[in-house]
Design a protein around this ligand. Structure first.
Ligand SMILES: [Fe+2]
Length: 252
């Protein structure tokens, strides 16, 4: 339904919303209210946590990356993002766990880790504008090593899109219609933002011989929403069997 990377969750939300409005209009409010904690307060602004990794941890993290075998990386985003990725590596899963309390304090909400992934960008790195699925309501983005600065652009908190009205030029429209701020962090510092409600993108990587940028993305979800963040849980929650079928068509 929606065209951006990682849009399957928002598409499921919209499809179930439309279905309820048509077939069970008295239940729309229950659905919207149940998922409300996944929305982000409109006044939230990205927060920089300087040196959230100490020098020793940063060195250790980079050594772990250097030790990952080339065959262990996931290659499905080489073409679209110019990056190798690796999900939930044990070292980084442990590090994410240890940062949980700090992230809860930064975003002013109790959170638990949902998933994480390493990204190793090359000179073809790019990241088109998108919203994350709310398993990543909160992201702590930490650059680990880079050959050059490469900013991420983040919009204010936006309402979730409510209709499938994206034309072929939706990307430039998003970029020009919202006041994006650029963030550039030193390795070891973290940027906390709400990727599921803040559009974000990176321009094509700087033209530089042998450009590289290594980052870890730690994703967190509100503790109270661990179960209901999964669209496959909505059917039982509302006691409406048809929702399971709708939600299953929008699985990643
Ligand atoms: Fe994202």
């Amino acid at each position: 339904m929606f065209p951006w990377y990682d849009s399957h969750w928002h598409s499921a939300y919209q499809a179930v919303y439309d279905f309820l409005q048509k077939k069970y209009p008295t239940r729309v409010g229950d659905f919207v209210n149940a998922l409300m904690p996944l929305k982000t307060h409109k006044d939230f602004k990205p927060i920089i946590a300087h040196d959230i990794l100490c020098k020793a941890t940063l060195s250790e993290a980079n050594a772990v990356i250097a030790g990952i075998g080339i065959g262990d990386w996931e290659v499905h985003e080489v073409e679209s993002f110019g990056r190798l990725v690796l999900h939930d590596h044990p070292y980084f899963t442990d590090l994410q766990q240890r940062l949980t309390e700090q992230v809860s304090n930064i975003v002013n909400e109790e959170v638990v880790p949902s998933y994480n992934f390493l990204s190793i960008y090359n000179g073809r790195g790019v990241c088109e504008p998108h919203l994350d699925n709310p398993h990543a309501k909160w992201t702590l983005d930490i650059p680990l090593d880079a050959s050059a600065a490469w900013p991420i652009y983040i919009s204010p908190v936006s309402e979730w899109p409510t209709k499938d009205d994206h034309t072929s030029d939706w990307q430039p429209n998003i970029k020009s219609s919202l006041p994006f701020d650029a963030f550039e962090l030193a390795p070891g510092s973290g940027l906390a933002f709400s990727g599921s409600s803040q559009w974000h993108y990176r321009d094509p990587a700087p033209i530089e011989r042998n450009f590289y940028s290594h980052m870890i993305f730690f994703h967190y979800v509100p503790t109270t929403m661990q179960a209901l963040v999964d669209p496959l849980a909505w059917s039982d929650y509302l006691g409406i069997a048809e929702i399971a079928e709708i939600a299953s068509t929008f699985q990643e």
